[in-house]
Each structure stands twice: as C-alpha cells, then as structure tokens.
Design a protein around this ligand. Structure first.
Ligand code: GAF
Length: 373
C-alpha cells in the first residue's frame, strides 16, 4: 500500500509536516499523575500539507473520509476536525498569529486503536501552522500546547504522553519522560541488534478516549492524592505504598493507587534494565504491568487479555496492553524469528474465542515530528 505522504490529496503545498503514532513500552495512566512513561514512535505517521490562505479561515480535507471541513476563528468544530480547530485555537490563545490555511491530511496511524492517532494529527497540524506563521516554537514546548488543545478544546482529559511521544521521540530510542518536570532522556532501544522484536497486535476491540471510564480513573487518582495530601500520586513511592493504602477506605481507590504507584516503579525498573543491556530483562516487567492494568486499574478487555495470554504461551518474553485501555493494542517482546509463530498463536486463540481476526505488525522505534518540505 502507498504511504500517507504519497496519498496526500491536492497540493503542491507551502509546507508539509509529519508526526507519528506511538506505542507505550511501559507506564500506563501514570502521565496525568505526574509520573513516568516510556513510549516510542511508530513508523506509522500522519502527514499534513498546508498552504496559506489570505483570509482568516481554515479548510481541512481528510484523505481517509473524503470530507472537507471549513471553519473561521470563532467557530466551534466537532468530530475529527476538532483536533485541527483545537490547534488553531490553542496557538491563538498562546498569542501566535495563525494564518488562514488550506490543509490536507493523510494518515497511516490506525484510528481508534490506542496508537495515538489524535496526537499525531495535532502535532503535524501544529508543525504546519507554526511554520506557515513563521513562529519558532521549540519542540520541547509543543506537547503542552497540543495537550491543552485536546483537554480544553476537544474535551478529552488526557495526559501529556502522546503529544510528547509524537513530537520528541527519536529513531532507535524510547523516550523516558518525567511528566512532572518534562525532563526527557532518549533511551537506546535497538532490539534488532539482540535478535528481538516488538510485535504489535491490534485487538480490534472498540476503544474510545473521550470515554467516561478514562475520566473516572483520572478523577479517582486525583481524589486519592487529595486524601493522601500529596500534589499527585507520583509523590507516593513503593516504600510508602502500604502506608498510603492504609489511609484509603475505598477498595476501588486502593486498587487504582496501587496500579499507579507500582507502574511508576516499573518504568524506572525498565529504564534500568535497558541500561543494563539485555532487553529480555524487561519482559517480566511488561507482563506485571499488564496484570496490574487488568486486576487493579481494570482497563483491559477479554480480547487484549487473550492476546497477552496467547503471546506468552507462544514464547514472548513479555506482553502488555498499550494506551488508554478498554481495547486497542498489545505489544509483545519476542525473538525476531518467533514473530510469525506468536502471531499464529494469537490468531488461533482469537478464532477459538470467537473474536474477529486481529491485525499484527512488527514495529521499530521511529522519529517524532518532522518537516518534510
Ligand atoms: C491515553 C492518553 F491520551 C494518555 O495521556 C495516557 O494517559 C494513556 O492513555 C494511558 O497511559 O493514550
């Protein structure tokens, strides 16, 4: 199949920018608790071409839906184009003059699969509009702007991981991000050199971000932090966990806190293990993360649990759901030569359970936001 860049409708454009989707190696639902995450960018990208208009209006055409949406500076936009309108809104809010533009979008990032297709769109659009306006905004400052667009314009209460991954990731590396200080470290993650691979399985189970369940998890964490008298759950570490749990009288809240606190530690342990050199060592940590999401955070569904079980039975070193949850994708760490066997095992388990066939692909860490032309 042709790439998103080749499928970009219309043109020529004044500028073209691309931003990738991501998988999160580990650190789920920790970002909005001021914690740690370790995502890497996918080779799958969203590509946006833009040409300046001499009037304050934005026209957006999607290659995927064939739709064109037009809006002015104060118009409210819903649906997929709200991610574009949100970026126009946030840049204006931040004091940047945003020129009117005709934008075209094409994407290779699977939609609604928990691979961050919305952040990819936001970050590519931001690249185009800042470039067209001649604004030199540092890459490190862009994720916060894109997150604000998603939180305040689109209305999805997400953390800052996806926009950071889409903007800041580097090929061959995972991005170790402290979501409180926004300090980053590029952690080398070259699996091919060790005969390993990451197999991503899209469970195809329905997945929605702007869902009550995501917001409910976030609220529960914020309430727990308040009860524990800390700024965020990041301020509780595993040594302090038993004491913190003893101060919470709600069993569900205790489970949520246990997930977040132990997950933060798992990110630190994963970075440590990767620095140690043998990536196989992160396998058990990945699987423990999945179990915590399943049992304590309660965000998995039978399809993703089936992928994890089948992958581990077929010899994966570790396996876990990635992203917001309630469907979406699972990543498994496998010997490169075992990818086909693991994929076959997952397909077999799906057929046996009566689930629709999943998608599967091998990924290597790619670059974040890039200017194409
Ligand atoms: C979604 C959100 F957008 C992220 O901010 C993060 O919370 C993730 O779910 C869970 O780790 O992708």
């Amino acid at each position: 199949m042709s790439s998103a860049l080749e499928r970009l409708p219309g043109g020529p454009y004044d500028v073209v920018w691309a931003s990738p989707g991501r998988v999160n190696l580990i650190g789920e639902h920790t970002d909005y608790n001021d914690g740690f995450v370790l995502p890497f960018a996918l080779p799958h990208r969203t590509v946006v071409g833009a040409s300046r208009l001499e009037r304050p209006q934005w026209t957006v055409t999607s290659e995927q839906t064939g739709e064109t949406v037009t809006f002015g500076p104060h118009e409210r936009v819903e649906g997929w184009a709200s991610y574009v309108a949100g970026i126009v809104w946030v840049l204006r809010e931040a004091g940047h003059e945003v020129p009117g533009a005709a934008l075209s979008i094409a994407s290779d990032v699977p939609f609604g699969a928990g691979l961050s297709s919305s952040a990819a769109l936001e970050c590519a659009v931001m690249g185009c509009l800042l470039d067209l306006g001649g604004h030199d905004v540092a890459m490190a400052l862009r994720p916060r702007l894109a997150q604000r667009a998603e939180n305040e314009y689109v209305g999805a209460p997400t953390g800052i991981m996806d926009q950071s991954a889409s903007t800041l990731c580097r090929a061959g590396h995972a991005l170790f991000l402290d979501c409180r200080s926004l300090a980053t470290e590029q952690v080398p993650f070259d699996l091919a050199a060790q005969g390993l691979a990451i197999l991503v399985v899209d469970s195809k189970a329905p997945h929605a971000h702007v869902s009550g369940e995501y917001a409910a998890r976030r609220r529960s964490c914020e309430q727990a932090a308040k009860t524990l008298d800390v700024a965020a759950l990041r301020d509780v570490d595993v040594a302090g966990l038993p004491g913190a749990l003893a101060r919470l009288d709600d069993e569900v809240m205790r489970k949520r806190v246990r997930h977040v606190v132990t997950e933060n530690q798992r990110v630190l342990d994963t970075v440590e293990a990767l620095r140690g050199g043998d990536a196989r060592d992160i396998g058990p940590i990945m699987t423990a993360s999945h179990e915590s999401m399943r049992d304590d955070y309660e965000i998995t569904v039978p399809e993703v649990d089936t992928v994890v079980r089948a992958a581990l039975q077929a010899g994966a070193y570790g396996s876990r759901m990635t992203g917001g949850g309630f469907g979406g994708c699972v990543l498994s760490l496998v010997d490169a030569e075992r990818c086909d066997a693991v994929e076959r095992a997952v397909r077999g388990a799906f057929a046996e359970a009566g689930f629709a066939p999943p998608d599967a692909f091998v990924v290597t860490p790619a670059d974040g936001t890039t200017k194409i032309s």
